[in-house]
Design a protein around this ligand. Structure first.
Ligand code: ANZ
Ligand code: ZN
Length: 800
């Protein structure tokens, strides 16, 4: 009777052994080369989903492979544990966010353990615990000292019924997600981080990131949004002062026929006096629901404007131009005012048409202007016309000369702008890091002294889902004494955006128990930067910009020497099912636990790795996991059938120097080479799995013949041992089990990765099929790297 493939028992057994023997606990090892592989840490929502399984299986293969290759591997995990869902659970189910979160973590941890992921659990980081968020506060205070954390008044979404600030995600079709009342706006003081100080460095740093996908670099670049142009002042006619504008096209300034102020522009208030007009402007301001922390443009907004009746003077032509206020000019960009050139800017053109304003052409195409740019409004560079002494110049030259002229006459200068906005970190929530600041009537804003950190979250708060931040309901938290004058004072009740936490957790992993500092420089010097970072492309902008920003801040605080934390970023593709993203809202979720119960973790991992390369979408298909499950079963049964061959023995390995090596031996070395290259060079884990399957098929096929003599049996044994090592990063449980049954004493997970014999691996032949008019005529064998002309010649030499 053969033993069945009892994956449940096998997987439990090895999980226990890895844990008991602390197999994946790691220390800095100065002798080995370090390798830090990282996945984006999960939000503890309660259960892991297939997206996690995929992400973590990919990184796990890389980690296990590197361990076997002899690297000093850091492969940590933690929890992005603060955030809204915990607070919603508190409101809806009456469970404390802390309990909800910690319970979820326990649950998910056991799920991750079941998957056999090679984490060093001693380095687990949990951002909702004071030993972590204390360091958020510490970093915040350092930034505050440097002027990089500051308060600014800004407009927030405000639900008048709930009396609370809402995040953008909580405003659904202009209604409050909780009570369905219409959401308004409110000006509030909020805390910001001055990421704009690092805009240029964040942009320049992208050049170093050669191992990032091009599209992610582009997304970051656009987000930073550098624009070069000029700032020009247009004096007001008959009034004090002038209007400053930012333009990227000073070459069009002779075609500027009117000026536009944004509704929030300070001059707007001064120039517009009619009550009805002011009312209208106020309504535009209110309608601007765009998030002001993050940049967004009023997309397909219907352009509306008001003529102030006032005039400004074009400093180049000395002509008077009307000054308008319109909803398509943003206060948050440039100077909040523009010179409008309707002949060469689409937005200005639409506006001029609607209100019958003058359109004056000043740029014409040159000979080089491509055809597609000549149709419609001419927005491209060209030759400047109707522009006084500048007429006849090409746009680029005109821009240089005009900027120089403006500079000389002192009404303008060259200017560089960034779209990147300062990062608003205030959240009116409970479940986040308290911002360590105290407000005192006599001393003003007072930083909490470092010795008083952490400012811990109070336990006793009420979660009613109304009346502002729950923190405000805790008197013991809010009421405090001023560290400076000892008088009565109030604590800041805003907590930090959770992106703050995730901006530096990868440093913390290097010295997770550090007591004196957020992290220690020695281990950080050893481990950082991260060698490969894998995670969803939905984080390609915010998280990855904030983390890069933090790395630079921490460097400037003297805590690290590196400039870029993630020189290699690999975004894994989405998991989809039936053509759409697998998600709760789509109702097409496949639960990893169920799959593990039915097929085992090895089969699930193998399927996730096998079905597509990491960066591509993964299309879930029940048949797929059945396929990898069947493969593991075949391997198991084959092993059972040949236990006598694979049983522990003292035999010496097959002789790979024999004159004509056995095909299986050749295949083995080719497979070693292929799998190694696939993991190491290309991250094509899917093709690595298929070559393992091929190798197994050949082993099985050749076994009948090989079994009959001792040399063949030795070869079979060697092949099986090697196959199991190569399989170990992908399906670690079964590999351990079968290696143990073969009598190997060391764990597969800690064994040395097999080395390919270059000579044997090279001997690769391929079968070339020769067709004539679609009919197969013949086939022949040729070395894989034979040049095309020689292949052709060989084919033509064939009789058929
Ligand atoms: C005159 C002009 C003529 C412009 C022309 C463009 C084309 P980027 O490239 O994104 O930096 N602009 C400046 N500030 C603005 C604001 N606060 N709200 C809306 N639009 C604003 O865009 C710079 C251009 O966008 C500027 O150059 C300005 O219009 C407009 F043929 O000036 B331009
Ligand atoms: Zn005080």
């Amino acid at each position: 009777m053969t033993e069945a493939y009892d994956f449940r028992r096998i997987e439990e057994k090895w999980q226990r052994i890895w844990t008991d023997r602390e197999v994946f606990t790691v220390q800095e090892d100065a002798v080995k080369t370090k390798y830090y592989c990282l996945e984006m840490y999960p939000y503890p929502s309660g259960r892991i989903h297939m997206g996690h399984v995929r992400n973590y299986s990919i990184v796990d293969v890389i980690a296990r492979f590197k361990i076997m290759k002899g690297y000093n591997v850091l492969h940590p995990i933690g929890w992005d544990a603060f955030g809204m869902p915990a607070e919603n659970a508190a409101i809806e189910q009456g469970v404390h966010p802390r309990k909800w979160t910690l319970d979820n973590i326990e649950n998910m941890k056991s799920q991750l353990k079941k998957l056999g992921l090679s984490y060093d659990w001693t380095r687990e980081v949990n951002t909702c615990l004071p030993d972590y968020y204390k360091w958020n506060q510490w970093i915040f205070l350092k930034l505050y000292e440097k002027g990089l954390a500051f308060r600014k008044e800004s407009v927030v979404n405000w639900c008048p019924h709930c009396q609370t600030v809402l995040a953008n995600e909580q405003v659904i079709n202009d209604l409050c997600w909780r009570c369905d009342s219409s959401v308004g706006f409110k000006k509030m003081e909020q805390w910001y981080l001055k990421i704009t100080d690092y805009a240029q460095e964040l942009l320049d740093g992208l050049d170093q990131l050669q191992k990032w996908p091009e599209h992610v670099l582009t997304m970051q670049k656009n987000w930073i949004g550098r624009s070069t142009g000029a700032q020009v002042t247009f004096p007001l006619a008959e009034l004090e002062g002038g209007i400053e504008v930012f333009t990227t096209r000073i070459d069009t300034i002779y075609g500027a026929t009117f000026m536009v102020l944004s509704p929030e522009h300070p001059l707007t208030d001064r120039l517009v006096t009619e009550a009805a007009d002011r009312e209208k402007i106020r309504s535009w301001i209110t309608k601007r629901s765009a998030d002001l922390n993050q940049r967004s443009e009023p997309g397909e907004l219907e352009k509306e404007g008001i003529d102030t009746g006032k005039k400004a003077i074009n400093p180049f032509t000395q002509q008077e131009m009307p000054v308008w206020v319109a909803n398509y000019v943003l206060m948050e960009y440039g100077t909040g005012a523009i010179m409008a050139v309707p002949a060469h800017d689409q937005r200005d053109f639409e506006f001029a048409q609607k209100y019958g304003l003058v359109i004056q052409e000043v740029i014409v195409p040159t000979e080089e202007t491509p055809e597609e740019k000549r149709t419609g409004l001419f927005e491209a560079y060209g030759t400047v016309v109707n522009s006084g002494p500048f007429s006849g110049l090409k746009s680029q030259e005109a821009m240089t000369q005009m900027a120089a002229y403006a500079q000389e006459k002192k009404f303008g200068w060259e200017q560089t702008l960034y779209r990147l906005r300062d990062w608003g970190i205030s959240r009116q929530r409970y479940w986040g890091t308290p911002i360590p600041v105290i407000y005192c009537d006599s001393c003003g804003v007072v930083a909490v002294p470092y010795d008083d950190l952490p400012v811990t979250l109070p336990e006793e708060v009420e979660f009613r889902g109304e009346e502002g931040s729950p923190l405000e309901t805790s008197e013991s938290f809010v009421n405090t004494t001023c560290p400076q004058c000892q008088g009565e004072a109030r604590r800041e009740t805003d907590t930090m955006d959770t992106f703050f936490d995730s901006s530096w957790y990868y440093f913390r992993y290097c010295s997770p128990q550090a007591m004196e500092l957020p992290f220690l420089s020695e281990p950080v010097r050893h481990w950082m930067p991260v060698n490969i970072y894998v995670g969803g492309v939905e984080h390609a902008i915010l998280h990855l910009i904030y983390a890069r920003f933090f790395c630079k801040i921490l460097r400037d605080l003297g805590l690290t020497e590196i400039d870029e934390p993630f020189p290699h970023y690999l975004p894994q593709g989405m998991v989809i099912k039936d053509g759409v993203k697998m998600s709760k809202s789509k109702g097409n979720v496949v639960d990893p636990d169920e799959m593990i119960a039915q097929y085992g973790s090895d089969a699930l991992r193998l399927f996730m790795l096998f079905a597509s390369p990491p960066e591509k979408e993964f299309d879930w298909d029940d048949k797929g996991i059945e396929g990898t499950y069947r493969f593991l079963n075949r391997l198991w049964r084959f092993f059972q059938k040949n236990t006598d061959v694979f049983a522990p023995s003292d035999e010496i390995p097959a002789d790979s120097t024999a004159e004509s090596p056995a095909p299986l031996l050749v295949k083995m070395h080719q497979t070693i080479k292929k799998v190694t290259d696939d993991i190491e060079k290309r991250y094509h884990l899917n093709t690595a799995v298929s070559s393992l399957m091929e190798f197994f098929n050949q082993l099985k096929k050749d076994s009948e013949a090989l079994k009959t003599d001792p040399v063949g049996r030795r070869l079979m044994r060697e092949a099986m041992g090697t196959l199991l090592l190569l399989l170990s990063p992908f399906a670690p449980f079964l590999s351990e089990e079968l290696r143990e049954r073969m009598g190997f004493e060391s764990l597969a997970s800690l064994s040395a990765w097999p080395e390919a014999d270059a000579a044997l691996a090279r001997e690769e032949k391929v079968t070339i099929v020769v067709q004539v008019n679609g009919k197969i005529r013949d086939r022949f064998e040729a070395p894989r790297d034979l040049p095309e002309d020689q292949v052709k010649q060989k084919a033509l030499e064939l009789k058929r």
